[in-house]
Each structure stands twice: as structure tokens, then as C-alpha cells.
Ligand binder design. Sequence first.
Ligand code: SAH
Ligand code: F3S
Length: 480
Amino acid sequence: MLFLVSGIIPSFLNHGKSGESKVDKHLQTNMAQKLYIQTNGCQMNEYDSAKMRDVLKASHGMEMTETPEEADVLLLNTCSIREKAQEKVFSTVGRWRKIKNKRPEVIIAVGGCVASQEGAALQKRAPYVDIVFGPQTLHRLPELLNKARDTKKRVVDISFPQIEKFDALPEPRAEGPKAFVSIMEGCSKYCTFCVVPYTRGEEISRPLNAVIAEISSLAGQGVREINLLGQNVNAYRGEMDDGEIAEFSLLLHYVAAVEGIDRIRFTTSHPAEYGDDIIDAFAEIPELVSHLHLPVQSGSDTILENMKRGYTRDEYLQIMDKMKAVRPGISLSSDFIIGFPGETDAQFEDTLDLIEQVGFDFCYSFIYSPRPGTPAAEMADDISEQTKKQRLTRLKDRLNEMTMAISDSMVDTIQSVLVESVSKKNPLQMTGRTENNRVVNFTAHPRLAGQFVDVIITQALPNSLRGRMFESSIDKILKN
Ligand code: SAH
Ligand code: F3S
């Protein structure tokens, strides 16, 4: 059919490589199966969703769609970190069921942490879900899809074959100047409140060479900023070619040596394994941004112990002091859990006191959500919901003030900004990010995308900054 159509098209349309016409391409894209992905949860899930898109493009030539109604495969990448996230799953697949009722050939697949935890039980409650797969089996999606279609039966694969996943993934594709690269999977910390070790399995690191090869490939495609991803990146222990083990700080040095990589971030590190070698890395590696997100969860030693976090308040404060010493003005941020079982007023005040001592930038804070199967879910809890909400509001208000004060203090300073894309709100403006991860909008030419420029900050807004490109930056670009 395609051949016949291309045979009758006028020759002036035949511009494609290998004799393929624009009409051919148009028809192929139109005929390509369509994939819709909804991603809930963390950056790791965002990363995994991009990989799901890549494997299905490679295996089935699938193209992404923004409209669930026109999709052939509807894929939900789920999160179970808190109850609210988990509740979303059934409402979303419930909506998708209507699409499947109209077009029974549509495949509904559920992946991620809820899938990992529920397994086949998910299909008991939602029998119209065809495929259930876990975070470690996303590379098997092509087979799972074929199986579901061929057998017309429900399929489940939530095993943990772990690192096999990375070997089976297609070459990474850069989308703009920033990229995430997963360096490890899972978590073996077993904090008493957290479901991650159960849904994503134990910690396992990718070999050093595999990580560096992925980063080099991305750098070759124009990526300038790498965000190293893992639940607990400083537990990284990657095998090297000579059989030796590289720790996280050594990996940082290798990443910084990749040509073209000028900014390195990592998400998320853990205070219990935050050794002096990582602090030294900040002194030695200019590519590491002056921003550290180090979740503390609570400022009370008793709560930290009950959470099984593996460090004291003092140890955390010492790390923060050392970081401030090697990087004056560094932006520090954290995650907080409010209302952990038994948290007293005094223990909550300890958290408020800790944030005053550290002086945080943009943080995340959550009310504790009991997760089935975790030790904390069994702990006695006599604190009312109302008290928890009041505490959260107090904490958030103070954290917001701190964030805004930092934004205000950036006005009239010159910031290095990695230009990302044309601003969504104003086509004459470009948008980029500072080292401390603030969005900056400023007037600039679109060809600056992917470059670092110096920007004078002119205004601090609640969620972004405005700026003006600094003249030396313009000179530099004109010379290039
Ligand atoms: N690996 C990261 C955390 C991953 S989960 C670390 O070690 O810090 C992201 C954040 O969700 C956590 O830092 C914590 O603040 C929050 N969180 C995890 N489990 C939670 C629960 N049961 N209730 C409320 N918040 C939770
Ligand atoms: Fe969760 Fe603690 Fe690991 S918060 S991801 S078990 S470090």
C-alpha cells in the first residue's frame, strides 16, 4: 500500500534519504501505533517513562500522543510513596476503561511502584488492565505487549532482574541541554516509613563504564548538564573494568571529565553515607553545582532513630556546615516528614529549629502517610490530623519565606544560566535555570538554547526570576 502510494507521488516531494518521500514518512507516522504515557511520582519515574517510550519506539515504532483517546497503548507509571499518589491509579485506569470499551484492542499497562507492590492483585480490582510490570522490568515491555496481544490474556512481570534493564535499553536520546542518568537502582536503607526498598528492590549500581558511556553519548548530542539519579546516589558502588569498585565521589570525577559536561547535579543523596570524600569533591570539581538536596526528614534525634535514618541531628548539621565551608553561598534543600507516629510538639519544634540553623532553599515537606508493609505503619500514633496539618502549614510558611528571601537576594546579581528553550509565556523570551535551579526568563535569541549565558537578575517572582543578559555574555556569543 505504501509502495503504491509513493509510486504515484510527484517527484518534487521525494526529498527523503534513501529515496523515501515526505508522503511516505507522513503515512508511516500516521500509521504508527500511538503511545500515551502518564507519569506519577519522582524523577526516577520520569526517567523510566522516557525509557519506556524509547523501548516501544525501537520495538514497535510507536509514536507518542498527548491524547489518550487516540492511543493504541495507554501506559500509567505509578507512584506509591504516599497514599494520595496510590489512590490516583484506579481513578486514572477507570477513565481509560471507557476508551477501551469503545476500542477493545487498546492495551492498558500499569508500571512503576504500585504495580510492583500490587502485582496481579491490581488486575483483580481492575480486570481491564492488560499488563502489569515493575520498575525493573520496563525493558521487557515489547515482549509483554506482544504476549498480551497474542494471547489476549492478562500478563504480569514484576520481578527484579535488576541491572539487566540497562543493558537492554536503546541508546539514550538527548532532549535539550539537560539529561538524567540513572546510576543505581533500588534502596537498601529501609527507613521505617518508606516503601521504596519493597517496590524497587535492593540497591544495585550500574558499572562505571556503562554510566560514563551513556553520559558521553548524551554530551555528544549537546547535553551540558547531567543529573545523576538514584534513590540513594552516595551508596553508589560501581564496578570498574579492572574489577575494582568506584565509589560515588570517584564517579563524580569521571563525569566531570566527560567533554561537554559543564554542570553536574545528583538526586538524591543520603546523610548517612555523606563522607568527606563527597565534600572534597565539591571543593575539587567546579562542574558540581552549588546546590545540594540532602533530605533530613526531621530535626529530632528520637524521630530520626525511630525512622531508622542512621544519623543524628548533629551529624546532619555538621555535613551542612562543611558544605557551606567548601562552597560559600551554596543552596541547601531537604525533604521533611511531619507527624511521624508519636511526634510530640517539642520534637516538631526541633525540626523548626533545625531549619533556622541551616537556612534552607526550596524544600519538600509531607504529612506522614502510613504505607502498608512498612514498620512505621505498625507504630502507635495519637496525633490528630488537624495537629499534623497545622504543623505542616507552619513549616511550609517558614520554608517559603526562606526560599523567597534567597530569590530576593539574587536580584542584581549575575547568574550563570543554562538556556533551555523558548519561554512558554513569551515567545520573545528564553527560559533557563540558575545553579540553584531557579527558572529565569529573559529576552534572548532562540539559538542560545543549550548554551550557558550570564544573566543579571532583575526581579524575583514567587516561582521564577526575570533577568537581562549580561553584556559580556552577548560579546562571547557574537565572537563564536
Ligand atoms: N531516597 C530519598 C527519598 C525517596 S522518597 C531519601 O533518602 O531521602 C522522597 C521523599 O518522600 C522522602 O524524602 C520523604 O520525605 C518522603 N516520604 C517517603 N515515604 C513517605 C511516607 N510514608 N509518608 C510521607 N512522606 C514520605
Ligand atoms: Fe526510602 Fe529511606 Fe531509601 S526514604 S528510598 S528507604 S533512604
